[in-house]
Design a protein around this ligand. Structure first.
Ligand SMILES: Cc1cc2nc3c(=O)[nH]c(=O)nc-3n(C[C@H](O)[C@H](O)[C@H](O)COP(=O)(O)O)c2cc1C
Length: 197
């Protein structure tokens, strides 16, 4: 039997009152049930990255990175795959999520990224598509399948629970199957040879 893959699910919103932890917890649970993944749920609020990306924290790290930068870096480094859960803010993804991408280089490298988005009518797709433009720069690859929660605020029951997850479950399986395929392929590829500079 194949070894479980390490999956980091990243909550991309840090806003007070954010909805992001809800779909992130759901997709994390789907990944655990899928069976191929050991899941680490990463909250960028808890990560507490410094406000500015500094030289010493950047890729080659000639100096000692600060503790939050090192801690998140280790969690990203351990991961074989990522799921990034993003809202849409003014037709793009949150600044704090970009900040987290910018702090790291080797940690994302040669690994697949699955995108989960939410928002108004477009379900955050514009944010997800912008992420597809930037991940190749840190040498990560985004996968084709994605999960989308449009107008999520219209689907709460009387207890305030979101009712849209059941409809999305079959797509989550497809999404996670593809993520698993890419993660296994790239784990093997990284073992064989480093990504050329
Ligand atoms: C600053 C800001 C800009 C937003 N812009 C958009 C937008 O362009 N498109 C959209 O579909 N929703 C937009 N929204 C609505 C968000 O999708 C919605 O508030 C969502 O819950 C934000 O995610 P969060 O609660 O996890 O922070 C915006 C929300 C904020 C706070």
């Amino acid at each position: 039997m194949s070894e479980n893959l390490k999956l980091a699910v990243i909550i991309g919103s840090t806003r007070e009152g954010r909805w992001g932890p809800v779909p992130a917890a759901w997709v994390a649970e789907q990944a655990r049930e899928h069976g191929a993944f050991d899941v680490d749920l990463v909250d960028l609020v808890e990560a507490q990255l410094p406000q500015y990306v500094t030289e010493q924290d950047l890729w080659s790290r000639p100096g000692q990175p600060s503790e939050p930068v090192a801690t998140l870096g280790e969690r990203l480094h351990r991961a074989d795959a990522f799921v990034v859960v993003t809202p849409e803010y003014n037709h793009s993804y949150p600044a704090q999520l970009k900040h987290a991408v910018d702090y790291y280089m080797r940690e994302w490298q040669a690994k697949p990224v699955g995108l989960v988005s939410y928002g108004g009518g477009a379900g955050g797709v514009r944010a997800a598509e912008h992420l597809r433009q930037i991940f190749p720069e840190v040498r990560a690859t985004t996968i084709r399948h994605s999960l989308v929660f449009p107008m999520y605020w219209e689907k709460f029951d009387e207890n305030g629970d979101y009712t849209g997850f059941a409809d999305t479950e079959p797509y989550a399986k497809q999404f996670l199957d593809e993520l698993e395929w890419w993660a296994r392929a790239l784990v093997n590829a990284r073992k064989e040879a480093p990504l050329p500079a």
